[in-house]
Design a binder for this molecule. Structure first.
Ligand code: URA
Length: 197
């Protein structure tokens, strides 16, 4: 990564940490910017921080995060070679869905992250991220696992890990979606699977 990109990431992180553009900024402990490799071709996007994420300032560190790590290992990825972020960077109280106004106030950070990352694949975790990044009225039950290419980026969505914890009957179809993602990573960014070291 160039020094210029590194500086742009730091400036963006700083702005996000100090943001008070919506009410979520009044109740958060930490804003949760994102984690991972800042020039990875693969981006995962969740909805917004939960309680543990708010306390620790990192995305997906609670129960859903443990399942996300298992899902990443099915794709042969880890947090060190992909990037993980959320649509909203501050925790909605009581883990409610982020409101449209809150999403609108925050999504600029995600768009700037995407511009800096220049990913080849974006995997939306759940309906909220898919609604923002793929199609406004995205139907996760019908459309999960489908691929769409736009402006040189491949998009798909899978069930959110929290939804899989609530309803394990969704796991077999999610497993198939993960295999399809693994294949797409092989096809579009094989360098991620090159032997390291
Ligand atoms: N759920 C999300 O969507 N994001 C997180 O960071 C944690 C839980």
């Amino acid at each position: 990564m160039s020094a210029r990109d590194a500086a742009a990431w730091e400036e963006l992180r700083e702005r996000c940490a100090n943001c008070r553009a919506c009410v979520l900024g009044q109740t958060r402990t930490n804003s949760v910017f994102g984690v991972g490799k800042q020039d990875s071709p693969v981006l995962f996007v969740g909805e917004g921080p939960g309680q543990q994420e708010d306390l620790q300032g990192e995305p997906f560190v609670g129960a859903a995060g443990k399942l996300l790590d298992e899902m990443l290992s099915i794709i042969d990825l880890g947090r060190d070679n992909c990037y993980v972020a959320n649509v909203v960077k501050c925790r909605p109280p009581g883990n409610r869905d982020p409101r449209e106004g809150e999403q609108a106030a925050c999504v600029g950070f995600l768009r700037e992250q995407i511009a800096l990352l220049r990913p080849k694949l974006i995997i939306c975790l759940g309906r909220i991220a898919a609604g923002v990044l793929i199609e406004r009225d995205y139907r996760i039950t019908r459309q999960h696992g489908q691929w769409l290419e736009r402006d040189g980026i491949w998009y798909t969505a899978i069930y959110h890990p929290s939804a899989l914890l609530r309803d394990p009957r969704r796991r077999p179809e999610t497993f198939l979606d993960l295999l399809s993602i693994r294949e797409k990573v092989w096809e579009v960014c094989p360098e991620l699977y090159a032997p390291r070291g």
